[in-house]
Write a protein that binds this ligand. Structure first.
Ligand code: FE2
Length: 183
């Protein structure tokens, strides 16, 4: 991997091990480290930047040996989007290339639609945050229908192995899922 990425991993390793479970500290300092990483679009290997015609792709770039955090490249084909979902652990989303729309939600009563809390657009260099404490339910879409967008995600677990949830937008019903990785 590129030296910039290695430096990011070193800083995150130190932060996550020293902050223990201080989520606020991890999110605020990690945001700065990730903003530095995505300020330059010159380090992501081509193999982790490939879109799929039908599905957004999640490539594992790094998983800590103790599974305390992981780093994933999210590659959006034109017009692709996630369902409404949660994470169950802290997460940072750094925009590397293109742009994405993030809509945050809270659940309605069972049988009632989910409620939109807000929308933000992430552009290159921007960093978004999620966690069960600050708001963990969202839907993310490529802002473009004619080109690829890529964001770099950092999570407080080996996220591909975490059992979490997708939600039906019309009924707030949940289903568990495990995302895995494209690679
Ligand atoms: Fe997400």
């Amino acid at each position: 991997m590129h030296p910039s990425f290695n430096e990011f991993i070193n800083k995150m390793t130190q932060l996550v091990s020293s902050a223990k479970n201080d989520e606020e500290k991890i999110l605020s300092q990690g945001e700065r480290f990730l903003a530095d990483l995505v300020a330059q679009d010159n380090w992501l290997p081509e193999e982790f930047a490939k879109p799929h015609p039908d599905y957004y792709q999640q490539y594992l770039l790094y998983s800590a040996p103790d599974k305390s955090f992981s780093v994933v490249s999210f590659v959006w084909g034109p017009g692709q989007s996630t369902p409404v979902h949660d994470h169950t652990v802290w997460g940072l989303i750094g925009m590397l290339r293109g742009s994405e729309i993030e809509e945050s939600y809270k659940l309605g009563d069972l049988g009632q639609p989910v409620k939109k809390l807000g929308t933000q657009q992430l552009n290159p260099g921007d960093v978004g945050k999620v966690s069960p404490t600050i708001g963990d339910i969202h839907k993310v879409s490529n802002a473009y229908d004619d080109r690829v967008s890529i964001s770099i995600h950092v999570y407080g677990a080996d996220i591909g192995e975490v059992s979490r949830h997708v939600f039906n937008e019309n009924t707030s019903e949940s289903k568990t899922f495990i995302s895995g990785y494209a690679n």
